[in-house]
Write a protein that binds this ligand. Structure first.
Ligand code: BLA
Length: 736
């Protein structure tokens, strides 16, 4: 048989605050002394392990039991029943009589062992009574209408029916720190309601055991743990996994913790919501206390009903909030659609985005503009803030409760910017929805200092439970899940709307382009088709003029003259129209050529019409790249304009040249035009002058613009009335 180990010494020395979440509490090798444990091999049914106090129940010590068939000490029929029940369940229990003494047998399987634990059972309260008490408790939980109320109720019921000195409902946060949210206590005890406890007080493996077991009784921290002994072959069968054990002894660290609290006995029940530990119902007693298995089971059951009810109440609350925010969201979108203005719809109408969260201020940044609501930084600060957030966050969302700390900004964002929730609409354009929460100074009452208190290597649980208040500065209230999901849904709605508008614009654009192309080919063919009848009219008018002129009276003569000059004008117009439409009808042929040579090619035409205008060009060749034949058209129109509108000046002069690299210009000192027409002049049929004085079709500059558009370039004009105009143009790469 394996010898007994000095429990407190070797075990305790191995564990300290740095590794206490690795302490193997599930295989501690001891049980509490209010019961006895015996186990046998599942197959052979030979006893392989028992607690040192087994003689209390079986009249024999470990030496008399180990290696013997289990049926030698427990009735074979009971053993058969245990085997039978464990086939369909993880654990079982039944009453067990030994002489006149009544025990409860609780059985489960651990590894290859059938583990039987025996607790004494006084049976003062009948099973039926436990059940009717439980039914009453469940009914009264049902009536609680809020999470706070149901927690108070649960603490009250557990205190009433267990008789513990203090009963607390203890809730975990997402980091496993805990907070006492309800408490019932014996008069005279100091209140612990509202106290926070750090996560390290209940290490991970202890929480895991709660998830498995649901409840845990520590009868008396002063009692002496009872060692589990096995045959010499323990090294072969290994330590017993006591995860499902009711009698498992308590970690010495936790014993020290409870002793520091002056608590002698505890009963702790897990509250599990969807398999996750939501919290605990923790009962403390200042003398030793035992409640039997039936009783413990009823409270486990009560905690389950409590958890379901809490979940339901919390879900209802969430649902209510979600409904409310979905209503606000749809109003916001309605406002955006009705006003056709995102900024106005989200920030300057009846509802604003600040209604969607519990913020104190908000901002909408869109299309280069910023609109703010409530308590928030000014617009310039928001621009900086957006840049900082954009560089810090990877995705389209960023949120924090301590902005200044997060981004290590030294700027004074005042107290308004502790909590920031930012959802981008377009990160590239710094378009976003932002909500702000101010700093709230929080006082967290930790029960004892949370930092590691140690003496040398071994750090011990709190020596002092005197309250210690931690002041947390620079933090805002956290962003709740409902706030985050409401904001995310709004972001999604807006992105959808923008995408929809974009698609719509694309569709309309396509339609417009098609209509434009149709119109163009229509006017092209119309212009083309008009040429033949026009030729006919001209022909007949010429015949009349040549053959019958002498017999016409004055009206006839002037009429024929009008017909001929109108046809001439019409021909010019048609010619221009055909050129205008024709520009986009063939692909560009890009070559390099000299500007001066191109101008000289056009000059003879102009010189004949405007002999008194001087043309000036630099000697150094100016090279340009583009489709030469249509650039000739562009130059012809710009030069024709320049010559036409300067011809009447005394020393009229037209200059052609290049500026700043690739900006070409045609400059004249003619009549000029009003600056307000700068853009309009490039549209077809725009005439700023008297037709009689300066004849023309009004298409020349539209042709010039079209040539430039075909090249993906730019054309613009500068002018002073009476002083002359300069037309500038740049040529793109011809890929547009
Ligand atoms: C276990 N610590 C626990 C448990 C609780 C607490 C509820 C589980 C109870 C049980 O197993 O019986 C803590 N109890 C609390 C708190 C309240 C309460 C916070 O009533 C507040 C109202 N404990 C420490 C430190 C360590 C530690 C520093 O404080 C580790 C070095 C360990 N706690 C520890 C261990 C257990 C534990 C190991 C498991 C005990 C066991 O199951 O044997």
């Amino acid at each position: 048989m394996q010898g007994k180990q000095p429990f407190w010494d070797s075990y305790f020395r191995q564990t300290d605050l740095n590794n206490c979440d690795k302490e193997p509490i599930h295989s501690i090798g001891y049980i509490q002394d209010h019961g006895t444990l015996i186990s046998c091999d599942i197959q052979s049914k030979l006893i392989v392990r028992c607690s040192e106090n087994c003689h209390l129940l079986f009249g024999k010590g470990p030496l008399g039991l180990l290696g013997k068939p289990i049926t030698r000490v427990i009735d074979a029929q009971i053993i058969a029943e245990v085997y039978n029940e464990l086939e369909s369940s993880d654990s079982m229990f039944c009453e067990y009589m030994e002489g006149n003494e009544r025990w409860l047998l609780i059985g489960h399987q651990s590894g290859n062992e059938l583990v039987l634990e025996f607790e004494s059972y006084d049976a003062k309260v009948s099973l039926l009574e436990y059940q009717s008490r439980l039914a009453g408790m469940l009914k009264s939980l049902e009536q609680s209408k809020s999470v706070e109320k149901i927690c108070d109720k649960a603490a009250h019921l557990v205190k009433k029916y267990t008789g513990y000195d203090r009963v607390m409902v203890y809730r975990f946060d997402e980091d496993w720190n805990g907070n006492v949210i309800a408490e019932q206590k014996k008069e005279g005890l100091e209140p612990w309601l509202g106290l926070h406890f750090p996560a390290s007080d209940i290490p991970r493996q202890a929480r895991k055991l709660f998830q498995l077991n649901g409840a845990r009784l520590v009868r008396d921290v002063n009692s002496r743990p009872v060692h589990l002994v096995s045959l010499d072959s323990e090294t072969l069968i290994g330590p017993l996994d006591q995860s499902l054990s009711e009698l498992r002894s308590v970690s010495p660290i936790h014993i020290e913790y409870l002793t520091n609290m002056k608590v002698r006995s505890t009963f702790t029940i897990a509250v599990l919501c969807e398999g996750r530990l939501w919290g605990l119902i923790a009962c403390h007693h200042y003398t030793d206390r035992f409640i039997n298995y039936y009783h413990r089971m009823s409270f486990k059951f009560l905690a389950q009903a409590f958890a379901v009810r809490v979940q339901l109440l919390e879900a209802n609350l969430q649902l209510k909030k979600a409904k409310q925010s979905s209503l606000i969201r749809s109003e916001l979108m309605k406002q955006v659609i009705e006003s056709q203005d995102l900024l106005k719809g989200l920030s300057k109408s009846e509802y604003t985005i600040s209604d969607l969260t519990d913020c104190k201020g908000a901002a909408v940044c869109y299309n280069g503009d910023i609109s703010t609501m409530g308590d928030c930084p000014d617009k310039a600060e928001i621009r900086v803030l957006l840049r900082v957030i954009s560089s810090m966050s990877e995705g389209a969302e960023y949120h924090t409760t301590h902005f200044v700390k997060d981004c290590q900004e030294t700027r004074d964002y005042k107290k308004a910017v502790s909590g920031v929730l930012c959802l981008f609409i377009s990160k590239a354009n710094s378009e976003a929805l932002i909500w702000f929460k101010p700093e709230v100074t929080q006082a967290i009452r930790w029960a004892g200092k949370p930092e590691k208190l140690g003496d040398g290597m071994r750090l011990s649980p709190r020596k002092s439970f005197s309250k210690w208040v931690e002041i947390k500065k620079g933090y805002a209230e956290p962003w709740g899940n409902n706030e985050l999901s409401a904001a995310r849904s709004l972001q999604k709605d807006i992105l959808n709307l923008i995408a929809q508008k974009y698609e719509e614009a694309k569709r309309l654009n396509k339609k417009l382009k098609k209509a434009y192309a149709n119109l163009e080919s229509f006017s092209y063919s119309l212009s083309h088709d008009l040429q033949a009848p026009l030729r006919g009219i001209d022909g007949f008018a010429q015949i009349i003029k040549e053959e019958y002129y002498s017999i016409l009276d004055d009206l006839g003569k002037s009429s024929i003259q009008t017909i001929i000059s109108s046809v001439e004008k019409m021909n010019v117009l048609i010619d221009d129209m055909l050129k205008y439409s024709g520009i986009s009808h063939r692909p560009l042929q890009i070559i390099q050529f000299s500007l001066q040579e191109a101008v000289l090619e056009l000059l003879p035409l102009l010189e004949t019409s405007y002999p008194n205008v001087t043309l000036r060009m630099s000697e150094t060749p100016i090279l340009m790249r583009g489709d030469r034949s249509i650039i000739l058209l562009l130059l012809k129109n710009l030069l024709e304009n320049a010559f036409k509108y300067s011809a009447k000046k005394a020393a009229s002069m037209v200059t052609v040249g290049e500026e700043r690299g690739s900006v070409y210009f045609v400059k004249d000192n003619g009549i000029g035009f009003d600056a307000s027409y700068q853009k309009k002049i490039f549209s077809p049929f725009q005439r700023l002058v008297n037709e009689g004085e300066y004849p023309g079709t009004g298409i020349g500059l539209a042709i010039a613009k079209r040539v430039i558009d075909q090249h993906g370039g730019k054309i613009w004009a500068e002018s002073t009335m009476g002083m002359g105009s300069t037309f500038y143009f740049e040529l793109g790469d011809g890929l547009c």
